[in-house]
Each structure stands twice: as C-alpha cells, then as structure tokens.
Design a protein around this ligand. Sequence first.
Ligand SMILES: NC(=O)c1ccc[n+]([C@@H]2O[C@H](COP(=O)([O-])OP(=O)(O)OC[C@H]3O[C@@H](n4cnc5c(N)ncnc54)[C@H](OP(=O)(O)O)[C@@H]3O)[C@@H](O)[C@H]2O)c1
Length: 257
Amino acid sequence: MTTKIQKTALITGASSGIGLAYALELANKNFRLSLLSLDKTRLLDQQHLFDKEHTQFLSKDLRNPNAVLEISKEVPAPDLIVANAGVTLHGRAGSFDIDKKADLYYLLCGGVIDLIESYLPEMRERRSGRIVIVSSIGALTPMPKSSIYSSAKAGIFAYGRSIHEELKKDNIDVTVSLPGYVRTGAHKRAGLDHLERQIPSWMWITAEQAVRETERASLAKKASIIPGRVYRFARPFLGLNIATRLWGALNRRRITN
Ligand SMILES: NC(=O)c1ccc[n+]([C@@H]2O[C@H](COP(=O)([O-])OP(=O)(O)OC[C@H]3O[C@@H](n4cnc5c(N)ncnc54)[C@H](OP(=O)(O)O)[C@@H]3O)[C@@H](O)[C@H]2O)c1
C-alpha cells in the first residue's frame, strides 16, 4: 500500500534540535519534506529517519543572501515553511566585529524575511499557506551578554506578528514561536554548556514538546506561542523589575573571551 502524501513543508535548521524534531513530527503526518541545514553531512546523518522518496536534503549557508534566494528556485512553494535555523551568540556588547553581527542578524532576521518573501507571491496566488518562525523568549526579556541574539530575535518576532495580521486576508497563517530553554545541542555549540548545569531542570523543555505546542498553535492560527507552561505562566511578569532580576540571576552567562 502506498502512503498518501498530503502536504509539503520546508524546514530550515533540520539537522538537529527543534528543526529535526519538527521534521519527524511532520514526517509522521505524511508531509513531503525539504530539509535544509548548513552542514550536509550532519543532515545526511539523519536521513535514515526519513522516507527517502518523500524527503529532499539541502545544504545552504543562510548567512548568505544569495544562498537564501536560491532556495525558492530549488524548492517550489511549500504548504508550510518552518524558519528555524539559528545559532546562539554570546559575548559582551561591543565585542563583536561588524561582519559577525551582520551575519547573525541576517541568519536570524533578514534572511528569514527574504526566505518568506521569496514564496509570498505563490502563496498569495494560491490563497493558502502556513508559516512558522522560531524566535526566542529572548525577544521579550533582556538577555545580558546575548544582546545581538535577543535583538535579532525581537526583530523577527515583530515582523512575524505584523505579517500574521497582514496575510490573514490571503489565507496565509503566520505563527511565531518563542521558546525558553529547550534541550538541544545549541548551548554547547555556543560555549554555553555551563547553562545546562546552572538552569534548573524545570526550566527546560524537550524539542518534541516545543514542536508539538508550536504546531498546535500554528494549526489554531495563533500569532505567537511560548512553548512550556512555566514560560507561559511567567509571560505577564516578564516586563517587571523583579522578574528581570530573577531571570538575570538564573541566566548569568560566563564570558570566556
Ligand atoms: N535550544 C534553545 O534553548 C532555544 C531557545 C529559544 C530559541 N531557540 C531557537 O531555535 C532554533 C533552533 O535551535 P536549536 O536549539 O534546535 O539548535 P541546534 O540543535 O543547534 O540546531 C540549529 C540548526 O540550525 C542550522 N544552522 C545554523 N547555522 C546555519 C546557517 N548559517 N545556515 C543554515 N543552517 C544553519 C544548523 O545546521 P548545521 O547542523 O548544519 O550547523 C542546525 O540544523 C534557533 O533559531 C534558536 O535560536 C532555541
């Protein structure tokens, strides 16, 4: 018996963590997948988890605008875009050179906008589509020593909630996910492994939980979602001084450079 393929999805940053969990969630729902990451080897290490006939593996450096614009030439407009790829950058304000900051801003914000907008004409014409943007709770709360990261995540959150309103009339649903701490390899990669010991276990959620809650919010046409009950509970207090101090104490980031 052949499996019925219903929908298509493009997921960036699909080699590990949240992106890989998203890909597995959608594969279980018989999506035809285009999975993208920076390092093709790391992505292909996961290919045994997917049905090869219905999965395309692409490698692009999403810090590069030309690479971002190539994607829509290679992948037809999908039913769902999950703009998830990203890295964490930590360090004192003023310690990064212009290229490093520009690369991070493009990867986390400008490139996500370019990717989405390269598909908008087709999605508008089709009058359907879903877009999920993975931002961060750092878009809502101060992140000392991760100021470049949190400001880029705030930028893409602002863009996402704006197009959520704007694209309703075109029947295109946009949801921004704002995860807190998710157990993935991202912190270790950024030299922040001390956070795995420092942050209490109740503040961590799994990538699978982040994906389940994000996908549910997207299907329910919500503008944004903070995965994890503890973060949702904390949201109304995030602007208050006391919460900022508590959050700052829990999140204190060591600088080694
Ligand atoms: N983990 C958390 O606590 C957390 C919290 C809030 C938000 N987030 C956000 O969630 C998203 C996924 O993070 P994660 O924790 O799942 O991290 P992860 O496991 O390190 O995965 C990051 C993914 O992004 C890809 N990527 C990185 N730089 C890229 C580039 N220049 N071009 C193309 N792909 C690139 C990586 O590809 P390669 O493997 O090929 O390098 C990998 O597939 C990020 O946007 C992150 O900011 C994470």
